[in-house]
Write a protein that binds this ligand. Structure first.
Ligand code: ASP
Length: 429
C-alpha cells in the first residue's frame, strides 16, 4: 500500500473511531485511557519529529534559497512577488468569509443565555490568551521582527525573527568572496539533506501519528457544542471550502499554469499533515518535500517561499477571523457598517500575517481585532469549544495557499514548467 493511502486511512480511521467513541459511548474511561496513554503519545512523537526539523530547516532552506537566487535584486523581486501574492490571496479569502457571514447571519439565531454560558465556561482560557498575546499593534511589532539574538529567536520559535536573520545571513553570503561562501553553503546543503531524511522517517510514522492525533481530538471534542454553534461552524467551513477549492484552484490555474486536479492530487501529504497537526510550522517540512518532489519546484524557490508563507500567508486564518468577528458582533447585537467591515478585512489580513503557525496561534490576535472594532474580546470564549476543529480546517487552507504561492513564484521567476508535473503523473499512471 502506498504511504499516501496509509496516511489517509490513519486519518479516516482515527476520525471515525474517535467520533464514534464520543457519540455512541460518551467517551468511557477506557477510551480516555487509550486516548491519553496511547493515541496522544504516538501523535505527539510524530509531531515532534516534524517540529524538531523546523528550526534548522528554515535556516538552511532560506540561506540556500537566497544564496541560490544569487543576486540581491533577484531576492528582492522574488520576496516582493511572494509577499504580494500572500496578501492578495489572503484578502480574497477574508472577503469570501465576510460576504458569507453577512448572508447567513449565524450570530442572530443563538440564544443570549447560551452565549453567556459559553463565555463563563471558557473564561479562564480567555484570560490565558489575553495574558499571553499582544495587546496592540505598533512600531514595536515592526522592531521585534529584528531579533536581538538569533539563537534566542530560534529557541523561542520566533519564526519571523529567525527568517529575518536567515535572509540577512543568506544575503551576506552572496556579498563575500565565493571561495569563502562555498564551504558554508556545502555544509548547509548537507544539513538540509540530513533533515530531509528525518522528515522521511517522520512520514513513515505518519499513518499512526495522524491516527493518534485525530483520535485524541475527536474522542474529546464535545459534539454537543459543535451542534449548538452549527450555523457558525458551517459558515467557516463552507468559506474555507469555497476558497480552498474555488479561488485557490483558479489561482493555481491562472497564476501557476497548473491543472487544479493535478495540483491537489500531488499535495495530499501536506493536506493530511496540516489537518491532523493544526500547525503550519509543523507542516512546513512536509510542504517543502512535497513542493520539491511532487510539484518539482526548484529548491531555491520552495526553500524561500514556503518558510515565509508558513508564517506570513494564512488564507484560512484570515477567513476564520473575519467570520468570527462578524459572528460575535451579530451575537452581541453590534452592527458593523461597511467601512468597519472593510477594517475587519484589513485587520484580519494583517493579523493573519503576524499569527504564529501553531495550533490556536491566531487567537490572541483575533482578540485584538475584536477589541479594535468595538466587539468585546472576551466574546471569543463562545467559539473556543469548537476552535480545534476549525483550526484543523483553516490550517489546511493556509498550507494549500502556501503551495499555490510557491507554484506561482516558480512559474514567474524560474524555468519551471507546469507540464513537468502533469507528464510525471502520466508516467506514474
Ligand atoms: N493553526 C494555524 C496555523 O498554524 C494558525 C491559526 O489560525 O491559529 O496555520
Amino acid at each position: 500500500m502506498k504511504l499516501h493511502t496509509k496516511i489517509l486511512l490513519g486519518l479516516l480511521l482515527g476520525a471515525a473511531l474517535g467520533t464514534s467513541a464520543n457519540v455512541f459511548a460518551h467517551n468511557p474511561p477506557w477510551v480516555q485511557w487509550f486516548a491519553t496513554n496511547v493515541a496522544s503519545p504516538v501523535g505527539q512523537i510524530f509531531l515532534r519529529l516534524l517540529l524538531m526539523t523546523v528550526i534548522p530547516l528554515v535556516f538552511c532552506s532560506i540561506v540556500l534559497g537566497v544564496a541560490g537566487l544569487g543576486d540581491i535584486r533577484k531576492v528582492g523581486r522574488v520576496g516582493i512577488r511572494s509577499i504580494s501574492y500572500f496578501l492578495i490571496s489572503t484578502a480574497i479569502s477574508a472577503t469570501i468569509g465576510i460576504v458569507l457571514v453577512n448572508a447567513a447571519r449565524p450570530g442572530e439565531g443563538l440564544p443570549p443565555a447560551l452565549r453567556d454560558q459559553l463565555m463563563a465556561a471558557y473564561q479562564s482560557q480567555v484570560q490565558g490568551l489575553q495574558a499571553g498575546g499582544p495587546s496592540k499593534f505598533g512600531v514595536d511589532m515592526l522592531v521585534n521582527f529584528f531579533p536581538r539574538n538569533p539563537i534566542q529567536a530560534a529557541a523561542s520559535m520566533d519564526m519571523i525573527g529567525l527568517i529575518v536573520f536567515s535572509l540577512i545571513f543568506g544575503a551576506a553570503l552572496t556579498l563575500i568572496p565565493e571561495e569563502k561562501a562555498k564551504p558554508v553553503i556545502r555544509v548547509l546543503d548537507a544539513v538540509g539533506e540530513a533533515i530531509v531524511k528525518i522528515i522521511g522517517m517522520a512520514m513513515r510514522l505518519a499513518p499512526y501519528g495522524v491516527f493518534g492525533l485525530i483520535f485524541y481530538v475527536t474522542s474529546r471534542l464535545g459534539l454537543d457544542i459543535v451542534r449548538k454553534l452549527g450555523a457558525y461552524v458551517v459558515v467557516v467551513i463552507l468559506g474555507l471550502l469555497l476558497h480552498g477549492l474555488g479561488s485557490l484552484s483558479v489561482l493555481v490555474r491562472v497564476a501557476g499554469g497548473l491543472r487544479p486536479t493535478v495540483f491537489f492530487s500531488r499535495i495530499r501529504d501536506s493536506i493530511v499533515t496540516a489537518f491532523s497537526t493544526s500547525s503550519s510550522n509543523a507542516t512546513l517540512p512536509t510542504n517543502i518535500a512535497v513542493a520539491e518532489q511532487e510539484l518539482k519546484i526548484p529548491p531555491e524557490i520552495a526553500g524561500f517561499v514556503l518558510p515565509l508563507g508558513s508564517t506570513m500567508c494564512m488564507n484560512g486564518t484570515a477567513l476564520f477571523e473575519g467570520v468570527t468577528v462578524l459572528f460575535l458582533a451579530q451575537l452581541f447585537g453590534i452592527s458593523l457598517d461597511l467601512p468597519t467591515q472593510m477594517v475587519v478585512i484589513v485587520m484580519s489580513v494583517i493579523t493573519a500575517v503576524g499569527a504564529a503557525g501553531v495550533p490556536g496561534g491566531s487567537l490572541p490576535l483575533l482578540m485584538v481585532v475584536l477589541g479594535s472594532v468595538g466587539v468585546p474580546p472576551e466574546g471569543i470564549g463562545v467559539v473556543l469549544g469548537v476552535d480545534r476543529i476549525l483550526d484543523m480546517c483553516r490550517t489546511t487552507v493556509n498550507v494549500v495557499g502556501d503551495l499555490t504561492a510557491a507554484v506561482y513564484v516558480a512559474r514567474t521567476e524560474t524555468e519551471w514548467d507546469p507540464r513537468s508535473v502533469s507528464s510525471d503523473v502520466k508516467v506514474a499512471a
